[in-house]
Design a protein around this ligand. Structure first.
Ligand code: B12
Ligand code: SF4
Ligand code: SF4
Length: 313
């Protein structure tokens, strides 16, 4: 068995949904990142401006790297009835914080690379200056859909993308070249805040995920009305995608299975909680990012959006 095949076999053994290999050279759509930033679509996510140079030339992150092993980590679990009630949490955030869970699992694969001759094996998931969707597409793991998600034929898009930069000279996989969206526009039509400026371009400042997780301060009123009951993240443009409806399978990763729900909570849930209790209950989850103050704001806005819908306002 070749070393690349052994790496993929180990990734499958660790429970990753898929594994592909590419190189750390500049991805072809760097100009789109520049245009996106210039149009202000990143809002207050200033780190995206700071990281742009590295994203456009990912080898800078790990100069010795010759290959990037890209992994998909399935987080899908079917919605229970309670998950559909406001205040809602997006699927990816219902389990333990994936930054920790997936990084641990990527490091286990990095260890395998080190045992097989690598001197460098550096793992990233979400927080590094890595163009994750573009590397995944180039590693043959799927296409970039109109909703901007990396979608894998036969699997959908409910997964995280992780990567390991290594100095092992692993052979590249052929990139994915087929776009399977066709004439479908379900995601574009379903977005309640009209966040898609055009296919493949998302104005993050209008996205519920940004408004409830990244933005500080009050949620702007015209958008707060359209949260559809979400208090953290949003699944709508993934839920409506036929590739998810047909192919998403429950995750095998125990830590990513649901353990957090706000279902049935009223507006006072977080008001009666202090920082210690918030940390005890949600410290190991993604809800830690907006923090207690952010979640107080979000729950009010999520329930408010629903009350307005019920009154037909
Ligand atoms: C900032 C960010 C956000 C922002 C902006 C999202 C966005 N679409 O840009 C907000 C907060 C809104 C967000 C929301 C979500 N996010 Co987010 N996010 C990121 C982050 C940190 C950076 C993305 C970025 O650089 N955006 C700027 C745009 C311009 O870059 P891009 O989306 O990567 O687009 C590139 C390519 O698409 C390509 N490109 C552009 N146009 C075209 C056109 C064609 C035809 C082609 C082929 C390529 C192409 O060029 C672009 C520039 O390199 C990444 C992690 C990472 N390091 O990349 C996670 C990441 C993209 N998010 C992720 C997730 C899971 C989500 C949510 C589903 C969470 C939720 N349920 O609430 C939503 C989905 C919303 C959506 N439809 O994108 C996953 C996506 C996994 C996947 N299957 O694709 C990532 C990869 C994190 C991870 N490691 O798993 N996110
Ligand atoms: S995550 Fe929700 S708000 Fe954001 S683009 Fe998708 S449907 Fe629109
Ligand atoms: S909903 Fe349709 S257009 Fe949108 S990403 Fe899925 S297949 Fe593509």
């Amino acid at each position: 068995m070749s070393l690349a095949a052994e790496v993929k076999a180990r990734a499958a053994e660790l429970g990753f949904l898929a594994c592909g290999i590419t190189d750390p050279s500049p991805p072809p759509h760097g100009d789109r990142l520049d245009a996106w930033l210039a149009r202000g679509y990143a809002g207050t996510m200033r780190y995206l401006h700071r990281q742009a140079r590295r994203r456009k030339n990912p080898r800078i992150n790990v100069p010795e790297s010759l290959a990037v092993v890209v992994l998909l980590e399935n987080y899908y679990w079917p919605d229970a009835a309670a998950d559909l009630q406001a205040p809602r949490i997006a699927k990816y955030a219902r389990g333990e914080d994936y930054h920790r869970v997936t990084l641990r699992r990527l490091d286990a694969l990095a260890e395998f690379l080190l045992e097989h001759g690598a001197r460098v094996a550096h793992s990233y998931v979400d927080s590094g200056p890595v163009p994750e969707r573009e590397l995944a597409q180039r590693a043959g793991l799927g296409w970039i859909g109109k909703n901007t998600m990396l979608i894998r034929p036969g699997a959908g898009s409910f997964f995280f993308i992780g990567s390991i930069f290594t100095d092992l000279p692993l052979p590249r996989d052929p990139p994915s070249t087929t776009d399977h969206c066709g004439s479908c526009t379900r995601c574009l039509d379903a977005c309640p805040t009209e966040a898609f400026v055009e296919p493949h371009v998302l104005d993050a400042t209008r996205c519920i995920s940004y408004l409830t997780i990244e933005q500080r301060g009050p949620i702007p009123e015209p958008l707060a009305e359209r949260l559809e009951g979400y208090a953290f993240g949003c699944d709508i443009c993934n839920d409506v995608c036929p590739w998810n409806q047909r192919f998403a399978q429950p995750t095998a990763v125990a830590e990513l299975r649901p353990r957090h729900s706000l279902a049935g909570a009223d507006e006072t849930l977080f008001d009666t909680m202090d920082e210690d209790e918030f940390q005890r209950r949600y410290g190991a989850s993604a809800l830690e990012r907006p923090g207690l103050a952010g979640m107080r704001r979000n729950v009010r806005a999520a329930l408010g959006s629903l009350h307005r819908q019920e009154r037909g306002v």
